[in-house]
Design a protein around this ligand. Sequence first.
Ligand SMILES: [Zn+2]
Ligand SMILES: [Zn+2]
Length: 265
Amino acid sequence: MRICTLGSGSAGNATLVVAGETRVLIDCGLSGRETVKRLQAIGEDPARLDAVVLTHEHGDHARGLAMLAKMLEIEVYAASKTLAACNLGDKMQLIRRGEALVAGQSFSIGALTFHPFSIPHDAADPLAFTVEAAGCRMGVAVDLGYFSAEAAAGFRGCDALILEANHEIEMLKVCTYYPWALKQRIMGRHGHTSNTEMARFLREDFDGKARHIVLAHLSQNTNLPLLARQAAVQALEERSPLFAAEAEKRVSVAPFNHPGDWIEL
Ligand SMILES: [Zn+2]
Ligand SMILES: [Zn+2]
């Protein structure tokens, strides 16, 4: 299995997962054209993309859906409520529907098997996934207010984890760009994961298996890659002396506006 983030954060989220001849995008929050450009930049032929799997309908995760579906004739896998909430109108005709996703019901696309589960976020039917192929497993946890017991259990046994680290709480509180209501939303139980909550997950719930921990969905206004990384590394070090030696190597940060490095499992 190979994984590459094409973009991460409010400007657009998309992660490519490849196993054998199967190529699936988790979320398509970049424009159609930008998605194609970034796939080409990492040496992938966009025409060989099989499907898009949606976590939820927010623009930074679904913006490119109609255009990609039209340009590349890919299948779209989403929860029914999520697809309805995308408000595609006439463009719905462009969509070739894959399975309607239901939390707790696994499904396969070619060589990849997906396990969806519910996460706390203010969307119609937000899902996180673990994805398996040939004995390897990766997990994507973006856009969740906190790691619920269900989420924490869902991410066990992963070889790679993409974890939201949206904001540093103190930076968010003093940020002058955001109105108070938006800050409340972000900090709420159905908002976004702070560095503190991400670190708590690593300290208390992480099973220690993942060799690759990619911090994702960082806010450019209320977080810094250095702070997010420091929080994760420190949490791993506190967790166990066994993790300490490798903590620095394990943790990386997904770039905002260009593809990250390939992760090979
Ligand atoms: Zn988002
Ligand atoms: Zn969202």
